[in-house]
Structures are given as C-alpha cells and as structure tokens.
Design a protein around this ligand. Structure first.
Ligand code: UTP
Length: 304
C-alpha cells in the first residue's frame, strides 16, 4: 500500500531578483495578492489536499514567513478587546496547529534542487508534496488535491502539468504523455527546456510535485546543472530511470508571481474572482482600458 502524503515542502529561499526593489527587504512570498500573501494560497492548497506538516526551506530575509505562521498573542488580544471577532476567527482558522510547521535554512541559494535537499531530515523516509510558492492557481479542482488522488491510485512520483503555447516549450520543463492512469497519465519522457521543435508535447511542469524520498539520495550528489545551480529536474530525470512518474493535467490557470507580469495578472484575476471586490473593480478596469485604448489610438494611426 502507498504511504500517505502527509508532508509538504515549500522552497522559499530564492532571491526574487525579478521583483526587486519590492523584494529587497520583503520575501516575494509575503507580497500580497489581493487580500493575503502569496504563500497563503499555496499553504491553503496543501491543506485542502490533506497535508498535515508544512516544511518551509527559508533563506535570507525570510524570518517574517515564520512570524506569519506563528500565533501573535498581542494582536489576537487587541482584536478580541476591540470586538473584531470575525477578523480574529479568520486568523485563527488559518493558524497552523502547534508542531505542524518546520523551518530549515538553505544557507546559500544554490538552486531549487538544493533547497529541496535541505528538507531531507524533516521529510524522512516517506513521499512528500512539493509546492513552488511562486506559482498560484485558480481552477475548479485544486491541483494538489487531484494529484494526491492520482497518487493514491498509482503510487510513484506525480508531476502537475498544464498546456503552454507550443511556441514557448523551450522555456519550460516538458513531459511526454503516455498511457492513461487514474485521473492522469504515465509520463514517458521528461525534458528540461527542449530545443524548439523537439518538445514531446506542450505540457509544462507547473510547480506541483509528489516525490518519493529517494530523490534526496540523488540530490545529495550536489551536481551543478543549468545556471550552475543544483537543479531538481536533473535529479528527477535520474529517478525516472528507476521509478514511475505520472502526470496530472491541471485545467485551470497558473500565475507565476515571481515575475512582475505574473504577479499583476494574479492580482487582477483573484480580484475579479473576489465576491467583495469584483463589482467595484470591473468598471474601473473597463475605464482604464478604454482610456489607454484612446491614448493609444493617435500613436497607432501614426504608426499605420
Ligand atoms: P525561482 O528561480 O523562480 O526563484 O525559483 P528566484 O531564484 O527567487 O527567482 P529570481 O530569478 O531571482 O527572480 C523557483 C522556486 O525555488 C525557490 C524559489 O524561492 C522559488 O520558490 N528557490 C530557488 C529556492 O528556495 N532556493 C534557490 O536556491 C533557488
């Protein structure tokens, strides 16, 4: 029988250089998408998937993430005194229980593979979920929930994938689709950033994984790959020689909050999906679009 997926790893040690200067003193995972920090979206997804232990691999300037998931006695007390019971209840509902979180430091940002390896002692000898906090998702069925369902049928390793523009496959990790399995499929090929025209499909790896603990033995080699970083994909490719990999095709939207455009898109998409905000925001957005269209018109004419 497959072991249950009880633990999730969140690598939050990246430098976030694409979002500087916003990330000079604040980790990118703590930037706000509409009404909560980016990290909350992924932790909620993991919780919905039945995860009981949340492991954060942190780095420079990331202490605030630990504070965010801790009890804030003074704040809670003040909210109670001021009768802000709803706000307090919401904070308490989000609060992990004592012992449900672990924090370990990646002492130098040597790459995603290295960050994952830093969690080896806390994960131990069991399969674990890995969620890249930059990637936040919108869809009917949370990606990790469906991945856990697939894992319960197939075991092995599971990777979340979704479609990208076929002209952009060279920017991503791409998988080839084999036979159907449960609510997913067997992965027959896995290629990191394939040369244009050589990709086995347009299904890219979207930042959600369920991995077997043997990945840690492979990451322990500390072999440097692309960008002179220790790459997770290199270790997964080695693991694939001995263990099955399955894909779950996520049908919703994924926003890469580590890039300026993805971060803004996420804010717009989640605001438009927010009951309290959508109605107010819609006319403002429409007006802004009309205004910019009008402002663009003379230039377009001139260009034409
Ligand atoms: P990214 O490459 O998107 O993050 O890594 P980054 O390095 O912060 O990005 P830029 O290019 O400087 O803007 C993907 C994920 O892996 C984590 C990041 O925090 C992010 O969640 N990561 C990356 C680490 O934890 N450690 C690393 O050494 C590298």
């Amino acid at each position: 029988m497959n072991k249950r997926v009880r633990k999730a790893v969140f690598p939050v040690a990246g430098l976030g250089t694409r979002l500087l200067p916003a990330t000079k003193a604040i980790p990118k995972e703590m930037l706000t998408v509409v009404d909560k920090p980016v990290i909350d979206y992924v932790v909620e997804e993991a919780r919905e998937a039945g995860i009981e232990h949340f492991i954060f691999v942190t780095g420079r300037n990331k202490g605030v993430i630990e504070d965010h998931f801790d009890v804030q006695f003074e704040l809670y007390d003040t909210l109670a005194q001021r009768g802000k019971d709803d706000v307090l209840a919401d904070l308490q509902r989000r609060q992990p229980l004592p012992g449900q979180t672990s924090f370990t430091r990646q002492q130098a940002p040597l790459g995603l593979g290295h960050a994952v390896w830093c969690a080896r002692e806390i994960v131990g000898d069991e399969p674990f979920a890995l969620l890249l906090p930059d990637m936040i998702m919108q869809g009917d069925k949370p990606c990790m929930v469906e991945m856990v369902k697939l894992f319960e049928r197939t075991g092995g390793n599971i990777i979340g994938v979704q479609e990208c523009d076929p002209a952009e496959t060279h920017k991503y990790g791409i998988v080839g689709q084999g036979a159907a399995a449960g609510n997913g499929f067997a992965i027959d090929r896995m290629v990191e950033k394939p040369k244009q025209g050589t990709a086995p499909s347009n299904l890219y790896i979207n930042g959600r994984y369920i991995l077997q603990p043997q990945i840690f033995d492979l990451l322990a080699d500390q072999e440097r790959g692309a960008g002179n970083e220790i790459q997770l994909t290199d270790a997964m490719l080695k693991l694939k020689a001995n263990q099955p990999f399955y894909g779950y095709h996520f049908r919703g939207e994924t926003y890469d909050c580590g890039s300026p455009e993805g971060f803004v898109e996420a804010n717009l998409a989640f605001a438009l999906a927010h009951k309290g905000l959508a109605a107010k925001l819609r006319p403002t957005l429409q007006k802004l679009l009309e205004d910019t269209d009008q402002a663009d018109t003379p230039r377009r004419k001139a260009a034409g």
